[in-house]
Design a protein around this ligand. Structure first.
Ligand code: PLP
Length: 235
Protein backbone atom coordinates (compact mmCIF):
# COMPACT_ATOMS: atom_id res chain seq x y z
CA UNK A 1 0.00 0.00 0.00
CA UNK A 2 1.29 3.47 -0.84
CA UNK A 3 2.18 5.86 1.91
CA UNK A 4 -0.65 8.36 2.56
CA UNK A 5 1.95 11.11 2.83
CA UNK A 6 3.12 10.36 -0.72
CA UNK A 7 -0.42 10.04 -2.07
CA UNK A 8 -1.35 13.48 -0.72
CA UNK A 9 1.90 15.06 -1.90
CA UNK A 10 1.30 13.67 -5.41
CA UNK A 11 -2.32 14.89 -5.40
CA UNK A 12 -1.30 18.37 -4.27
CA UNK A 13 1.32 18.52 -7.02
CA UNK A 14 -1.23 17.39 -9.60
CA UNK A 15 -3.83 19.93 -8.47
CA UNK A 16 -1.23 22.73 -8.50
CA UNK A 17 -0.12 21.70 -12.01
CA UNK A 18 -3.71 21.72 -13.24
CA UNK A 19 -4.39 25.11 -11.66
CA UNK A 20 -1.26 26.49 -13.35
CA UNK A 21 -2.21 24.97 -16.71
CA UNK A 22 -5.77 26.33 -16.51
CA UNK A 23 -4.42 29.79 -15.68
CA UNK A 24 -1.79 29.82 -18.41
CA UNK A 25 -4.34 28.68 -20.96
CA UNK A 26 -6.32 31.90 -20.49
CA UNK A 27 -3.30 34.18 -20.05
CA UNK A 28 -3.47 34.44 -16.25
CA UNK A 29 -0.65 34.12 -13.73
CA UNK A 30 -0.86 30.89 -11.71
CA UNK A 31 0.20 32.88 -8.63
CA UNK A 32 -3.01 34.93 -8.90
CA UNK A 33 -5.04 31.87 -7.93
CA UNK A 34 -5.06 30.70 -4.32
CA UNK A 35 -5.75 27.07 -3.50
CA UNK A 36 -7.87 26.44 -0.41
CA UNK A 37 -7.57 22.75 0.44
CA UNK A 38 -10.91 21.63 1.89
CA UNK A 39 -10.10 19.18 4.67
CA UNK A 40 -13.69 18.36 5.72
CA UNK A 41 -13.46 14.74 4.54
CA UNK A 42 -10.48 13.76 6.70
CA UNK A 43 -9.23 13.81 10.29
CA UNK A 44 -6.65 16.26 11.61
CA UNK A 45 -3.75 13.84 11.11
CA UNK A 46 -4.55 13.39 7.42
CA UNK A 47 -5.21 17.11 7.00
CA UNK A 48 -1.74 17.62 8.46
CA UNK A 49 -0.33 15.87 5.39
CA UNK A 50 -1.77 18.69 3.29
CA UNK A 51 0.15 21.17 5.39
CA UNK A 52 3.33 19.10 4.91
CA UNK A 53 2.70 19.10 1.18
CA UNK A 54 2.68 22.90 1.15
CA UNK A 55 -1.04 23.69 1.44
CA UNK A 56 -1.13 26.44 4.01
CA UNK A 57 -4.73 27.50 3.46
CA UNK A 58 -7.25 24.93 4.69
CA UNK A 59 -11.03 25.07 4.49
CA UNK A 60 -13.84 23.53 6.52
CA UNK A 61 -17.57 23.74 5.94
CA UNK A 62 -18.70 23.29 9.57
CA UNK A 63 -17.65 25.75 12.28
CA UNK A 64 -17.34 23.05 14.97
CA UNK A 65 -15.04 20.98 12.79
CA UNK A 66 -12.99 24.06 12.01
CA UNK A 67 -12.64 24.79 15.74
CA UNK A 68 -11.48 21.23 16.41
CA UNK A 69 -8.96 21.18 13.60
CA UNK A 70 -7.69 24.69 14.33
CA UNK A 71 -6.82 23.42 17.83
CA UNK A 72 -5.09 20.24 16.62
CA UNK A 73 -1.33 20.07 17.09
CA UNK A 74 -0.83 18.55 13.62
CA UNK A 75 -2.43 21.61 12.08
CA UNK A 76 -0.56 24.37 13.87
CA UNK A 77 0.36 27.06 11.37
CA UNK A 78 -2.55 26.52 8.98
CA UNK A 79 -4.65 29.48 7.81
CA UNK A 80 -8.35 28.66 8.12
CA UNK A 81 -11.20 29.36 5.73
CA UNK A 82 -14.84 28.76 6.63
CA UNK A 83 -16.58 27.75 3.40
CA UNK A 84 -19.95 26.60 4.81
CA UNK A 85 -22.79 28.20 6.71
CA UNK A 86 -22.00 30.23 9.81
CA UNK A 87 -24.77 30.46 12.39
CA UNK A 88 -24.83 33.71 14.34
CA UNK A 89 -24.31 31.97 17.67
CA UNK A 90 -20.99 30.59 16.37
CA UNK A 91 -19.53 33.89 15.18
CA UNK A 92 -17.76 34.82 18.39
CA UNK A 93 -15.83 31.58 18.66
CA UNK A 94 -15.04 31.38 14.96
CA UNK A 95 -13.75 34.88 14.27
CA UNK A 96 -10.38 34.63 16.03
CA UNK A 97 -9.53 31.45 14.12
CA UNK A 98 -10.29 32.34 10.52
CA UNK A 99 -8.46 34.17 7.78
CA UNK A 100 -11.53 34.37 5.53
CA UNK A 101 -15.23 33.53 5.84
CA UNK A 102 -16.49 32.62 2.35
CA UNK A 103 -20.14 32.16 3.16
CA UNK A 104 -21.76 35.32 4.47
CA UNK A 105 -25.35 35.31 3.30
CA UNK A 106 -27.36 37.88 5.28
CA UNK A 107 -27.20 41.35 6.76
CA UNK A 108 -28.04 39.89 10.18
CA UNK A 109 -24.91 37.78 9.99
CA UNK A 110 -22.81 40.79 8.94
CA UNK A 111 -24.23 42.76 11.88
CA UNK A 112 -23.30 39.98 14.29
CA UNK A 113 -19.80 39.66 12.82
CA UNK A 114 -19.33 43.42 13.17
CA UNK A 115 -20.52 43.43 16.77
CA UNK A 116 -18.31 40.53 17.83
CA UNK A 117 -15.37 41.87 15.89
CA UNK A 118 -15.59 45.07 17.87
CA UNK A 119 -15.26 43.34 21.24
CA UNK A 120 -12.56 41.02 19.88
CA UNK A 121 -10.76 43.93 18.22
CA UNK A 122 -10.63 42.16 14.88
CA UNK A 123 -11.32 43.22 11.31
CA UNK A 124 -12.51 40.01 9.70
CA UNK A 125 -12.38 39.52 5.92
CA UNK A 126 -15.49 37.96 4.44
CA UNK A 127 -17.00 37.07 1.08
CA UNK A 128 -20.68 37.28 0.18
CA UNK A 129 -22.09 33.95 -0.95
CA UNK A 130 -24.12 34.27 -4.12
CA UNK A 131 -26.64 31.81 -5.49
CA UNK A 132 -25.66 32.02 -9.17
CA UNK A 133 -27.32 28.81 -10.27
CA UNK A 134 -30.84 29.79 -9.22
CA UNK A 135 -31.19 26.41 -7.48
CA UNK A 136 -33.60 26.91 -4.60
CA UNK A 137 -31.78 24.35 -2.43
CA UNK A 138 -28.62 26.45 -2.51
CA UNK A 139 -27.95 29.09 0.08
CA UNK A 140 -26.69 32.47 -0.95
CA UNK A 141 -27.78 35.94 -1.88
CA UNK A 142 -29.28 37.07 -5.16
CA UNK A 143 -27.85 39.96 -7.15
CA UNK A 144 -30.74 42.13 -5.90
CA UNK A 145 -30.01 41.18 -2.28
CA UNK A 146 -26.42 42.33 -2.72
CA UNK A 147 -27.47 45.57 -4.39
CA UNK A 148 -29.58 46.30 -1.30
CA UNK A 149 -26.74 45.30 1.00
CA UNK A 150 -23.87 47.30 -0.52
CA UNK A 151 -25.06 50.76 0.56
CA UNK A 152 -25.46 49.63 4.20
CA UNK A 153 -22.01 48.01 4.49
CA UNK A 154 -20.44 51.21 5.85
CA UNK A 155 -22.66 50.68 8.96
CA UNK A 156 -20.52 47.63 9.71
CA UNK A 157 -17.05 49.12 9.52
CA UNK A 158 -15.19 46.18 11.08
CA UNK A 159 -16.31 43.75 8.41
CA UNK A 160 -14.13 43.85 5.33
CA UNK A 161 -16.15 42.48 2.41
CA UNK A 162 -13.46 41.35 -0.02
CA UNK A 163 -15.44 39.66 -2.78
CA UNK A 164 -17.95 37.02 -3.76
CA UNK A 165 -18.25 33.24 -3.50
CA UNK A 166 -20.46 30.79 -5.34
CA UNK A 167 -21.06 27.14 -6.13
CA UNK A 168 -22.04 26.13 -9.65
CA UNK A 169 -25.23 24.18 -10.35
CA UNK A 170 -24.93 20.47 -9.64
CA UNK A 171 -26.48 19.59 -12.99
CA UNK A 172 -25.59 20.87 -16.40
CA UNK A 173 -21.91 20.02 -16.63
CA UNK A 174 -19.07 22.27 -17.72
CA UNK A 175 -21.18 24.56 -19.85
CA UNK A 176 -23.49 25.50 -16.97
CA UNK A 177 -20.52 25.87 -14.62
CA UNK A 178 -18.89 28.31 -17.06
CA UNK A 179 -22.13 30.31 -17.22
CA UNK A 180 -22.54 30.41 -13.44
CA UNK A 181 -18.92 31.49 -12.92
CA UNK A 182 -19.06 34.11 -15.67
CA UNK A 183 -22.21 35.47 -14.01
CA UNK A 184 -20.36 35.85 -10.69
CA UNK A 185 -17.48 37.71 -12.37
CA UNK A 186 -19.91 40.03 -14.18
CA UNK A 187 -21.80 40.65 -10.95
CA UNK A 188 -18.57 41.54 -9.14
CA UNK A 189 -17.54 43.93 -11.88
CA UNK A 190 -20.89 45.69 -11.97
CA UNK A 191 -21.08 45.89 -8.15
CA UNK A 192 -17.66 47.51 -8.04
CA UNK A 193 -18.99 50.30 -10.22
CA UNK A 194 -21.77 50.96 -7.65
CA UNK A 195 -19.94 50.23 -4.42
CA UNK A 196 -19.69 52.92 -1.72
CA UNK A 197 -16.23 54.32 -0.98
CA UNK A 198 -14.08 51.84 0.89
CA UNK A 199 -15.83 48.78 -0.50
CA UNK A 200 -13.96 46.92 -3.21
CA UNK A 201 -14.85 43.43 -4.24
CA UNK A 202 -11.75 41.78 -5.65
CA UNK A 203 -11.92 38.10 -4.70
CA UNK A 204 -13.92 35.49 -6.58
CA UNK A 205 -14.05 32.22 -4.62
CA UNK A 206 -15.35 29.68 -7.11
CA UNK A 207 -14.41 26.25 -8.43
CA UNK A 208 -14.27 22.86 -6.69
CA UNK A 209 -12.75 19.50 -7.71
CA UNK A 210 -15.14 19.01 -10.62
CA UNK A 211 -15.15 22.49 -12.09
CA UNK A 212 -12.11 24.50 -11.00
CA UNK A 213 -10.70 24.76 -14.52
CA UNK A 214 -13.91 26.45 -15.72
CA UNK A 215 -13.76 28.76 -12.68
CA UNK A 216 -10.17 29.78 -13.40
CA UNK A 217 -11.08 30.49 -17.02
CA UNK A 218 -13.82 32.80 -15.72
CA UNK A 219 -11.61 34.66 -13.27
CA UNK A 220 -11.52 32.73 -9.97
CA UNK A 221 -8.99 34.14 -7.52
CA UNK A 222 -9.61 31.35 -4.98
CA UNK A 223 -10.48 27.72 -5.73
CA UNK A 224 -11.79 25.40 -2.98
CA UNK A 225 -10.70 21.85 -3.63
CA UNK A 226 -11.41 18.83 -1.46
CA UNK A 227 -12.02 15.39 -2.91
CA UNK A 228 -9.34 15.53 -5.59
CA UNK A 229 -6.70 15.95 -2.90
CA UNK A 230 -7.68 12.69 -1.23
CA UNK A 231 -8.00 10.43 -4.28
CA UNK A 232 -6.27 7.10 -3.79
CA UNK A 233 -6.26 7.19 0.02
CA UNK A 234 -7.33 3.94 1.67
CA UNK A 235 -10.80 4.33 3.14
C1 PLP B 1 -16.88 20.44 0.17
C2 PLP B 1 -16.79 21.80 -0.38
C3 PLP B 1 -15.84 22.10 -1.36
C4 PLP B 1 -14.88 21.08 -1.94
O1 PLP B 1 -15.59 20.26 -2.83
P1 PLP B 1 -14.89 19.07 -3.65
O2 PLP B 1 -15.86 18.80 -4.74
O3 PLP B 1 -14.71 17.95 -2.72
O4 PLP B 1 -13.59 19.59 -4.19
C5 PLP B 1 -15.79 23.41 -1.83
N1 PLP B 1 -16.64 24.36 -1.38
C6 PLP B 1 -17.58 24.10 -0.45
C7 PLP B 1 -18.47 25.19 0.01
C8 PLP B 1 -17.69 22.82 0.08
O5 PLP B 1 -18.64 22.57 1.00
Amino acid sequence: MRDPRQIIADNVARVNDQIAAAATKVGRQPSDIKLVAVSKYVDAATAGLLLNAGCQDLGESRPQELWAKAAAAELAGASWHLVGRLQRNKVRRTLPMVKLIHSVDSERLIAEIDEQAETLELQPRVLLEVNCSGESAKQGLTAEDIRRLLPVLPQYPRVRVAGLMTMAALEGGAETAHKNFAALRELRDSLNREAPPGVELSELSMGMSGDFEAAIAEGATIVRIGSMLFEGLPR
